[in-house]
Each structure stands twice: as structure tokens, then as C-alpha cells.
Design a protein around this ligand. Structure first.
Ligand code: MRU
Length: 345
């Protein structure tokens, strides 16, 4: 699972999505941190299932995995449109999935064979890593020395091609000495924070303190954190941002306490075709995720549960959006159009 620190970047040793020529090797994130198990996908349908079942998760990572799913379909001479439709339906909210499939489709329409599609999927994966490193530097430069930060969900190497988005800023900020304290919240119900983020930071030697989701406002009132730093699954044209459920309430609490709120996401997460947060399709998952833990029921029989797994933070609550194209303060429609709209570079 480890790879040498070839780029010289420290605190970044994990690669959870690995192409192996005729299969996609995925670290099974359902089983972390107690077990480090891997699964191999040999066809697009298996990749779609791995995305739906959260073997691989995080907006950029599911886009990358889907691109490799298209390569598998091409290698097997499967029906590519059908494979892409199956992959696209795996999860609805993260636009990176649709973006990656659209890019692969454009390549197919240009006459690409399996070898060309392999190069395209590798480019998608490599570009994501480069974007993460760029965002890490840009975001870390905004943080004053001796700052504390709170993050939500998992936005690290597990959720991307490597390094991470919000967690990339935290990696870079820790390495440069700006970030002195990192807090991660549990991220109920799937516990991406408790199971994945603190494991990932611990193995890369970044000290982190776990809190219950419900401790976040109390933490902010204590003065221990100056920034909330999160990732995104889809950023609408007006800057409204969908991210893991619970992000919205963190943004409200941050504004109340004078804590700055930073969203870190590659340009592949920006969706100018979606006008505002209201139009974002929010994934609802099986309510049983709320009714028990580790396969054991903890809630009385017959209880109903509602399990939306993303929410939308209105752009007015976002102080800074960091993408690989630069830092946007107070992101709104005009600011996003200037960076991502037609004619922008
Ligand atoms: O349901 P998940 O675990 O896929 O949700 C992940 C998130 O919400 C992340 O914050 C987002 O995808 C950004 S990952 C760099």
C-alpha cells in the first residue's frame, strides 16, 4: 500500500486506488481501520458496485475508479455505453463521477482504443494528485502560524488519488508549521472521520484529536480552532456546496464563532450546469446505517430513520474556496464564472 516519497512530499504514504494492468485494486474502506483488506475489480459492473457499496469513496476517488471501470469494459470489449451508464448510476451527488465518465466518453467518441483509454484514466488520476498538491500549498498559505483546524468526513489520500483536498491543506499546513492542532469529527453515521481520517493522519504521523460531531460548536467556542476545512462533492454555479452530511451545521457554527470556513476541491467538483444547491441530487442511503453499529442493532425495532448522506452549505457561509486554479474568497456566481466560466483560463 505504501509507495516511496518520490515527490519529496512528506506525510503522504497511502494509495487506495491502484491500477494493475487488467484489474483495479481497491483498499476496502468499509473494513478500515481494523482490517487492511483489498479487493480486485475486473469489470465495470464490479467497479460500480464498489463505488455504491463505499469500498471506494470520496468524490475524486470515485471519478478515478469509474474511469478505470471504463478501461476494464474496453479491455473486455463490453458495451461501453452500458458500462458508463452503470458506473454513472452508482452514486448521485459527487459530480466528479459524471465528469470523469464524460471525459472518457469524449475520448471514446474521438475513436480511442483500450490503450488510449488507459492513458486517459491514468491522466485523470495523475492530474488529481497534482491538483491536490497545488491546493495544499494554496490553502496552507492562508493559515496563520499556531492555528487549530477542524475537518469533517475523510478528504485525504483515501478519498482522492493521493494527498487529499482538505486533508491535503492540513498535510501541507502541518508540514510548514502553520497548523498546530488538528481535530477530526466522527462523521456519523458511516464514521469516515473516526474510522478513516484519524487512521490516515496517524499513519502519516500527523497528530489528530477525534471529537464527536456534537462537540464541534463547543470546540469552536473554546478558541482552539481558527479554521474549519472541508472538501466538496459538488459546487453549484452560485457557490453552494454539497458535502458530507453535517458540513452545513459546521458552517453555521463557524460563522457564529468567527471561525473561518474553507472548502477545498479540484475544478472537477465545480458544476456550472447546476445553478444552485437546491438542484443538487442529495443521496439518501439505507436507513439501517443509523439503526445499528458494526452489524449490531442499537435502536429499538420498528423505529424509522431518515439518512441523507450529504447536505448543502449556502455559499454565503463559505469564506474561501480553494481549487487548483487559485483561491476564491467569498465564492459566488460571479467569482466562479470568472475562474471556471466560458473564456476563463
Ligand atoms: O460518502 P463519502 O464518504 O463518499 O463522502 C465523501 C465526502 O463527503 C468528502 O468530503 C468529499 O467527497 C470530498 S473528498 C476529497
Amino acid at each position: 500500500m505504501t509507495e516511496p516519497q518520490a515527490s519529496g512530499t512528506t506525510h503522504d504514504s497511502l494509495r487506495a486506488v491502484q491500477w494493475q494492468g487488467d484489474r483495479l485494486h481497491l483498499l476496502d474502506q468499509r473494513r478500515l481501520p481494523l482490517e487492511e483488506a483489498w479487493i480486485d475489480c475486473r469489470e465495470a459492473g464490479e467497479v460500480a458496485k464498489a463505488i455504491h457499496d463505499l469500498v471506494v469513496r470520496g468524490a475524486p476517488a470515485i471519478g478515478i475508479a469509474a474511469a478505470w471501470g471504463v478501461v476494464l469494459a474496453a479491455q473486455r470489449d463490453d458495451d461501453l455505453e452500458r458500462a458508463m451508464a452503470t458506473l454513472r448510476a452508482a452514486r448521485p451527488t459527487a459530480v466528479n463521477l459524471m465528469w470523469a465518465l464524460d471525459r472518457m466518453r469524449a475520448c471514446i467518441h474521438a475513436g480511442a482504443d483500450a490503450a488510449t483509454l488507459t492513458r486517459e484514466a491514468q491522466a485523470i488520476q495523475d492530474e488529481d494528485l497534482a491538483a491536490n498538491r497545488a491546493m495544499g500549498a494554496l490553502g496552507a498559505a492562508l493559515i496563520q502560524p499556531d492555528s487549530g483546524v477542524l475537518t469533517h468526513c475523510n478528504t485525504g489520500s483515501l478519498a482522492t488519488s493521493g494527498f487529499g483536498t482538505a486533508l491535503g491543506v492540513i498535510r501541507a499546513g502541518f508540514a510548514s508549521g502553520g497548523i498546530a492542532r488538528v481535530y477530526a469529527d466522527e462523521t456519523r453515521p458511516w464514521l469516515q472521520g473516526a474510522r478513516l481520517t484519524v487512521w490516515e493522519l496517524q499513519r502519516d504521523k500527523i497528530p489528530v484529536t477525534l471529537i464527536a460531531d456534537s462537540a464541534a460548536s463547543h470546540l469552536m467556542s473554546s478558541g482552539k480552532v481558527q479554521w474549519v476545512i472541508v472538501g466538496a462533492d459538488r459546487i453549484a454555479a452560485n457557490g453552494d456546496t454539497a458535502n458530507k452530511i453535517g458540513t452545513y451545521q459546521l458552517a453555521i457554527a463557524a460563522r457564529h464563532h468567527g471561525v473561518k470556513f474553507m472548502v477545498v476541491a479540484p475544478s472537477t467538483t465545480v458544476d456550472l450546469a447546476t445553478p444552485s444547491g437546491e438542484a443538487i441530487d442529495i443521496e439518501l442511503r439505507d436507513p439501517t446505517e443509523l439503526l445499528g453499529y458494526a452489524g449490531r442493532r442499537t435502536v429499538a425495532e420498528g423505529v424509522q430513520a431518515w439518512n441523507p448522506v450529504f447536505d448543502v452549505t449556502p455559499h454565503e457561509l463559505i469564506d474561501v474556496l480553494v481549487t487548483e486554479r487559485g483561491v476564491i474568497t467569498q465564492p459566488d456566481g460571479a467569482a466562479l464564472r470568472a475562474v471556471f466560466g466560458p473564456g476563463a483560463h
